[in-house]
Design a protein around this ligand. Structure first.
Ligand code: HEM
Ligand SMILES: *[C@@H]1O[C@H](CO)[C@@H](O)[C@H](O)[C@H]1NC(C)=O
Length: 334
């Protein structure tokens, strides 16, 4: 579903919203969210986000990639509440962006650009948590992925959740059981998890997260030719956990900027990049979904859209919790 284009279509959207509200009471997740939450308070909010995401994508394509990872890291840790975006401060605590699991995250300065465009039009109205959700939605579309009808009305946290990050964001070498239980905690089932990991069809991985599979010998579960290629990308075993260590590899060398099922095809060919990626193709709980998504891109897109929506509605803050941050990096002063 597309965002609203004009005031006439916003009337239609408002009518749809009235109908919609009456069938969506009592959700444990997303209870306070609705389609077109800003249709009265900031009618162009969703248009502005989409325009910014598209402009940024045209200049720096990898921004769209970043929005997908950012939503995962925000929503998986407690709540979709933009706690991820807070800089370290006395009021908010240590930034989640500085946690080891956030290694390699980038483009946060461009979130500020999207938020600034919203603040110019409707000061203090659109939450940073909704910016993250809508940017991920529009980023997925820019990358050739599915369109997702996202609800809005999320509120922003007043504190970082730094201490929860290592527990809630899976590691590159976690077991399938650990991964499935983390996704189950936000309402995403095994099929949804296999779809969401398809986000690794775009973007990069630093050698630090790969060398364990390459040295002293190439992981027996990896296609040998792919192992040789990755050793070329990551020539030494001692890659550092430092983004200045610029060596990285892509999961999907064929279509690295397209959100497609090449990820799942690669898993079947034993060209999974992270250990956790490859494990999805081997575990009986996830392998059937890998095979089905590899065979059918439309099916992958359909399941990805559904799972992204579910993840994006994890435990939103209630109306009396949190705030609408004016600057996504800092809590509003009292
Ligand atoms: C088991 C779950 C997951 C694990 C363990 C995981 C882990 C990782 C790791 C280690 C990287 C590379 C970081 C680096 O070296 O720079 C990465 C990148 C990425 N992840 Fe995940 N991830 C998971 C799930 C997800 C999900 C659900 C999404 C989104 C829906 C996602 C989106 C991305 C994207 C887009 C990148 C590339 C970022 C860039 O190029 O800047 N990941 N992930
Ligand atoms: C996973 O990788 C990290 C380094 O990124 C390492 O410290 C840890 O021991 C590994 N865990 C397992 C279970 O292999």
């Amino acid at each position: 579903m597309r965002g609203m284009r004009s005031s006439s279509s916003s009337l239609v959207a408002a009518a749809a919203l009235l109908l919609f509200c009456c069938f969506t009471t009592g959700h444990a997740n997303g209870g306070g969210l609705r389609l077109g939450y800003y249709s009265a308070s900031c009618p162009r909010a969703e248009d502005i986000v989409r325009e910014q995401v598209v402009q940024l994508y045209d200049k720096h394509g990898n921004t769209a990639v970043s929005w997908l990872r950012a939503l995962f890291h925000d929503c998986m840790v407690g709540s979709c509440d933009a706690s991820l975006l807070l800089d370290t401060s006395a009021a908010a605590g240590v930034s989640e962006k500085s946690a080891p699991r956030s290694f390699g995250m980038r483009n946060f300065k461009y979130v500020d650009a999207i938020k600034a465009a919203l603040e110019r039009e409707c000061p203090g109205t659109v939450s940073c948590a909704d910016v993250l959700a809508l940017a991920a939605r529009d980023g997925a579309a820019a990358l050739g992925g599915p369109r997702v009808a996202m609800r809005t009305g999320r509120r922003d946290s007043r504190a970082s959740r730094y201490a929860e990050v290592g527990r809630d964001i899976p590691n590159h070498n976690d077991s399938v059981s650990a991964v499935l239980s983390r996704f189950a905690a936000v309402g995403v089932d095994a099929e949804g998890a296999v779809a969401l990991l398809g986000a690794h069809s775009v973007g990069r991985v630093h050698c630090f997260n790969l060398v364990g599979r390459l040295y002293p010998s190439v992981d027996a579960g990896m296609e040998p030719a792919y192992g040789a290629y990755l050793r070329g990308r990551c020539p030494t075993a001692d890659a550092r956990e430092d983004t200045r260590d610029v060596a990285y590899a892509r999961n999907d060398r064929a279509t690295p900027m397209v959100l497609d099922n090449m990820y799942h095809k690669n898993l079947l060919a034993r060209r999974g990049l992270l250990l956790v990626d490859q494990r999805l193709a081997d575990d009986p709980r996830t392998a059937p979904f890998v095979a089905r998504m590899a065979a059918d891109n439309a099916y992958f897109h359909d399941r990805f859209a559904a799972a992204l929506l579910t993840m994006s509605e994890n435990n939103p803050l209630a109306a009396d919790e949190g705030e609408v941050r004016r600057d996504c990096r800092f809590v509003n002063s009292a």
